[in-house]
Design a protein around this ligand. Structure first.
Ligand SMILES: Cc1cc2nc3c(=O)[nH]c(=O)nc-3n(C[C@H](O)[C@H](O)[C@H](O)COP(=O)(O)OP(=O)(O)OC[C@H]3O[C@@H](n4cnc5c(N)ncnc54)[C@H](O)[C@@H]3O)c2cc1C
Length: 396
């Protein structure tokens, strides 16, 4: 029997692969002409090269993602440093430093003054333990108030990037789930990973090839406007599209944007290929072969600024950090207005489970109740869970 998967973002692709591997015939519908959804690459005429819609940072603890890439033969398309290291530049002090975690589960690095975040003391790290007891209503910034300079020097950036929501209003429980699968496990689960050539080359194209080789039918440019309740279906579309197709479904309905700037400039990649920036507008800088790509999360706070002003500010920060010429190189700005759901307690409570009242219909997507914030790892887990749930219903 055929199973329909609607939406070819990573959630839908993961579900389609899981079903195909189990011997089901999959028909994958995607409204856009290309697959990948919010994690995709395209050729940019201004820059004269391929770029991603935005930098995506993953961690070695993202086990569902690594298993997905292994399955589609794309594990080697991820790259990054061999060690759990995170280089930072503080725009307020002009100083650069590198966070070097130790591989094992016990955080020896916080006992070494040389390895700690500059200006922090051991007791600031103990303040982090509060996050383990976070209640659903707790917010990140107030809960981490006891972490002293560790907050502005590191935690604020980690929180806003992981949750794509201001830490003032973001749910601490969402950050806890990220830490539980990375920092809490140790450096071996916290090694940074990102796409070597591009998001499509890593997450999308190998999956489409893998599916086609195994007989799946891929229908790009086909928007599904109605569901057949008798058809086994995984709905892996964004929440606003799911709400239109499933009347009465409660979904997250407040979103945050992510702003990405791609400058045509070759920057030596340094130790890790990327840097975190503290104390400015720039948050993460990735040195690709001919492009420097910058990510700014929770970017709605800059909605009143023009693209020119944002580019000027960001380039001035990068130029000061790396002693580069002040002239702004040719650039492309990509503002993803609905990049992810807001990770506030109220929005987290609106995430639906995989199963619906119809045993033929399962939900997938980074916005479903994955236990993680809206990330690639969450999306892939949701696709796997939807495929498993549907198969158990089909077999019963
Ligand atoms: C700029 C940016 C940076 C990010 N950075 C990171 C990061 O560093 N790390 C990380 O882990 N995550 C990051 N994310 C989040 C990550 O990209 C998403 O969590 C993930 O891609 C969501 O996948 P998905 O399959 O759930 O949804 P989507 O990618 O939105 O896929 C849904 C698909 O459904 C299709 N569709 C919609 N309606 C229909 C219809 N009626 N019929 C058929 N198809 C339909 C859409 O076209 C789309 O392709 C980032 C996101 C953005 C935008």
């Amino acid at each position: 029997m055929s199973v329909h998967v609607i939406g070819a973002g990573v959630a839908g692709l993961a579900a389609a692969c899981q079903l195909t591997e189990a011997g089901h015939h999959v028909v994958l519908f995607e409204a856009a002409k290309t697959a990948g959804g919010r994690a995709r690459s395209h050729y940019d005429n201004v820059l004269g090269c391929r770029i991603d819609n935005g930098n995506h940072l993953l961690l070695s603890g993202n086990i569902a993602t690594l298993a997905y890439l292994q399955r589609i033969g794309a594990k080697r398309s991820l790259t990054g440093p061999a060690e759990p290291i995170f280089p930072f530049h503080d725009l307020r002090t002009g100083k650069s430093w590198t966070l070097r975690l130790n591989q094992g589960g016990f955080p020896w690095w916080i006992f070494s003054r040389r390895r700690r975040v500059p200006g922090t003391r051991l007791h600031h790290y103990l303040g982090l333990l509060k996050i383990r007891r976070a209640k659903p209503s707790d917010l990140v910034a107030p809960l981490l108030a006891g972490t002293g300079p560790l907050y502005p020097q590191l935690l604020e950036l980690l929180a806003v990037s992981a949750l794509n929501t201001s830490p003032q209003v973001a749910a601490a429980a969402a950050l806890r789930s990220v830490f539980a699968e990375s920092l809490d496990l140790g450096g071996y689960a916290t090694i940074p990973r990102y796409a070597r050539a591009g998001l499509s080359e890593t997450f999308v194209d190998p999956a489409l090839n893998w599916l086609r080789e195994r007989g799946a039918e891929i229908r790009l440019g086909e928007r599904v406007s109605e569901l057949n309740p008798a058809q086994a279906t995984i709905l892996a579309v964004p929440p606003w599209a799911a709400a239109e197709l499933v009347p009465g479904l409660t979904v997250p309905n407040e979103f945050e944007s992510i702003y990405n700037l791609h400058f045509k400039y070759s920057l030596p990649p340094g130790e890790a290929g990327f840097w975190g920036f503290i104390g400015g507008m720039t948050e993460w800088v990735f040195a690709h072969s001919s492009v420097v790509s910058v990510t700014i999360s929770a970017a709605s706070r800059y909605a009143d600024m023009s693209a020119e002003d944002i580019a000027a500010k960001v380039w001035s920060e990068i130029a000061s950090a790396f002693s580069l010429p002040p002239e702004i190189p040719v650039y492309r700005a990509v503002w993803e207005k609905r990049a992810t759901m807001q990770a506030t307690p109220a929005q987290m409570a609106r995430r639906p489970k995989t199963r619906t009242s119809n045993p033929n219909l399962m939900l997938a997507g980074d916005w479903t109740d994955t236990g993680l914030p809206a990330t690639i790892e969450g999306a892939i887990r949701s696709g796997n869970a939807a495929a498993q749930a549907l198969m158990s219903n089909l077999n019963s």
